[in-house]
Ligand binder design. Sequence first.
Ligand code: SF4
Ligand code: SF4
Length: 628
Amino acid sequence: MINCELFTCDAATKKLYEKAKKERIDTVWDRALAMQPQCGFGEMGLCCTNCSMGPCRIVKVSDDGPKAGICGATEDTIASRNFARAVAAGSAAHSDHGRDIALALYHATGKIRVKDEEKLFKIAGEWGIAVEGKDASRIAREVAEKALSEFGKIFGKLLFLKRAPHKRQNLWDELGVAPEAIDREIVEVLHSTHMGSDADYRNIIRQAIRAALSDGWGGSMIGTELSDVLFGTPVPRKVEANLGVLKKECVNIVVHGHEPTLSEAIVMAARDPELLELAKKQGAEGINVVGMCCTGNEIAMRHGIPMAGDFFQQELAIVTGAVEAMIVDVQCIMPSLATVAKCYHTKLITTSPKAKVPGAIHMEFDEQKGLDIAKRIVKEAVMNFKNRKGEVYIPDVKSEGEIGYSLEAIIKILDRVTNSFAHPSGTVKPLVDAIKSGVLRGAVAIVGCNNHKQPHNSCHVTLAKELLRRDILVVTTGCGAHSCIKAGLMSKEARKYCGKGLATVCELLDIPPVLHMGSCVDISRILVLLSEVANYMGVDISDLPVAAAAPEWMSEKAQSIGLYAVASGIYVVLGVSPAVTGSENVTNYLTKDLESVLGGRFEIEKDPVKAAEKIAVHIENKRKRLGI
Ligand code: SF4
Ligand code: SF4
């Protein structure tokens, strides 16, 4: 058995890992241990399977062995191709999510209605859609049509690129990386990395940048903006987090995955009086819906639904023995869930035609019949309550935090300290003033996943605390947000971790020092916030005293996010290296040379304390250059 003190700082995780071991359940950590040593060729990005002459590998550790693939591809070509394909896959995942939301908006009728008409009108205006004399549903359809055309339009650039500062837009144009249509950029990466196509690592990375930008400023941004339109723009609210939010006496439903169309319908269905009555008849006190991973972030932000846990806690939720159903859609769903669920009474229910898991029950979700299907799924969970077997153990570990900091919410909060006689409201001026005065040194986004190569949660949390004490505001999304809320960093009490300047800002604005901005697609909110700040200051994003960090990242989506952040001019510190280190040229290009091209670059730093030091130096250098 692994000593869980070493691999996580989270108390609920430790307790449930021990239960899992007692019950002979294998978890992600056990499988990671069994996988050691991991393949060095794969780790360095030096393995290629792009054609059936392969697989090929480049040997670096000795003079013997192949120095090129059978086709002649070098280490630079192979490493950059692998990286570009990972970025394209990440961009595809986010963008397809965005497409599904746009389709849901297109069909928005019946029970799913437009919740934020103001935002709908704003996007319509931004995209040149006339609104006079039209009702919200017609405008919604036109906005959705325009959003859907972003995926495959023949001419022009992505519409949301216009939100970026002019200097950034011009730079993208000069470099030829401004994306034109989302699907096309992804296809072009797959084409150019086919055997015998692009062999120039710089050009391969250029294609990857286009695909990544089509995620951040395309698919993800469409996903976020249209989710707000459909389901409401988040506002600050309190929420509980960690596996202690499961309730022994209730029917527990864990919603896990990414797309809010499913989770919104489940939340609605679980409030149905008939189903509540049915739950009582089964001996339960009620129905308790909780969220996991990014779906957890989405429904927490909009409904205050408890955040049950992050990526590495999904198996452990089932190990409690208290989960009647885990309902999943797409992305970050470990196939092992089916095996773990079999050891308990839990029903693993897949809902997307794009993501089936052998051993799970498949109940396909369709937005147009959303509530009816959701009710059937919830009923399946309710009827499973009486089938609990073995020991039910829910660790008494949970914390509370304030979440829901959409850009709109942040601007409203800033209005609290705007002198309305002297300055217009609705701007980022107070934030800019705080940065300029130096009370706030800068801001950092902590995002990304969990990875067994880093201690679970503690990298996110240590990094956040190190930044807070240096008067650097932290914003967070995804599983980084789960880590921070579990550690109490989204409560007002977390001001005790802050330097004097940041503590004062938080007190004045009445906010926690770590702001939860949502799910992984919601990193697009951070792009818009940075653009607003840069535009207000008349500079580019790359001039701002900001950075991003993904200390425990693991997914291809995280690689796409990292690259679009770099391409937007941001310094991005990764706690785990992407599989490119087998090529010195590609590694140097990503971690050094890109800065002179795009103003942003990657940094690889495993140690979160050192990462914070590097970020602080970066921020102070940016301040110096701005003369503030
Ligand atoms: S594309 Fe080239 S390096 Fe890759 S598997 Fe085929 S022959 Fe080998
Ligand atoms: S942060 Fe990573 S693990 Fe968590 S939901 Fe997003 S992509 Fe998945």
